[in-house]
Design a protein around this ligand. Sequence first.
Ligand SMILES: Cc1ncc(COP(=O)(O)O)c(C=O)c1O
Length: 500
Amino acid sequence: MNSDPHQTLPASLDPQDWQELRGQGHRMLDDMIDYLAGIRERPVWQPIPQSARNAFQADLPQHPGSLVDAHDTFMHDILPYAVGNSHPGFMGWVHGGGNPVGMLAEMLAAGLNANLGGRNQIPVDVERQVVQWVRTILGFPEQASGLFVTGTSIANLIALWVARVGALGTDVRNEGVAAHGRSLVAYTSAGAHGCIAQAMDLAGFGTEALRVIPMNAAFEIDIEILKRTIAQDRAAGLQPFFIAATAGSVDVGAIDPLQAIADLAASEKLWFHVDGAYGALGMLAPDIAGRLRGIERADSVAFDFHKWGQVPYDAGFILVRDGELHRRTFASPASYLRREARGLAGGSPWPCDFGPDLSRGFRALKAWFTIQVHGAEKLGQVIAGTCALAQAMKQRIEASQELELLAPVALNIVCFRYRGPAGMDVAEVDRLNAELAVAVQESGVAAPSTTLVGGRLAIRAAIVNHRTGKDDVDALIDTCLALGKTIFSIPAPSGHGSST
Ligand SMILES: Cc1ncc(COP(=O)(O)O)c(C=O)c1O
């Protein structure tokens, strides 16, 4: 429908001609559908030309530009130079691939422009619906509370804040941690993600109050050392209060022994938190769920829908067993946020009572659409499929003379390296493997990342994306073999090795 231009206020940002916007909007939607439908024809990632960077060095625009031109800039200078995690060949870090249904839902959410801080609106019910589904997936009781957040880093921090109030009472919110004069200490594995230590810093405990427990040969937390460390800390007059287990470690995909940690936390009266950034949703896959047993006993679980859940970024989530404690950690009455039994200010408690964000987008909608349209079973099949592909990759590595595995493959992450020729300095082998990973990325065929495993540089493939298939795994290995042959035939320059 065309609207009367005279009805549009001069300063309004709505278009003069809605029909024109509709046509342009359809073209933009078509471009994104074409992008996803044709993603296999593109390089996973490509080096970025200076011209694309220059497009974003412009002066502040004072006057109206054209939507058509802005869209052109997007197509030419943004879209081709993104990280490429929607591509089936992308296996770097732990990036999810998103899905078209989630993309469309994100458009609807942006159109609605809902603020999910609270108030009496169905978008909040949609978030509560997803919270209910998460309780079901993770085996949590009705009293458990949940909240969408940006990602697991923040979800872990929220868990720590709730545990802090659990240990010290709500007075800590006024008085601060220092006022309580007790030295709270927390525990995690050497394989934990760095955001656990960062959460200790941000929550005011300091990273020195985090005991980093060594791992066993399977890269899981060593439970005996954990027990001993807790006992030593108690003997030294400290107050152990929090264990952060990991379900799917960032480097190698190990799962800490959740049942044993749950038992220990129960007997020691410690908060049992699970960082299940990508691993927690393994509960959707029957084959993997058994290995996550014990997660249902956690006091809190942090995870991301944007990883194994295939929901477009960002869609982190925190689930807390004691919903009332969760609310008491954050609820901050304010006259301008007064609640009513009816009207727009009804529907208390609000999501803003469970986290630090007051203004919040409608992340729940893309998660709701993704689960509603694809169903939990299919998402579980996707997750199981990524683990099967990791096993296939492991077999290819084991069958090759040139490559070697650097860690067990527990889930969907494979760490390996190109063997250096006999006698090559270990630092040089590390340096050339780092170069190999970059060369594979620059080839556009696949995109692994790197990490250190046992102090040695590993090429790391995390298979997260529902689009990734056996051909993509083979392409990564074939490219590593082909490029590795050239890179490792270069005579090692003496004295230039560095293990990064
Ligand atoms: C085990 C683990 N914890 C935490 C994180 C951080 O999650 P996010 O990037 O969503 O904050 C990651 C990211 O890969 C992870 O693998």
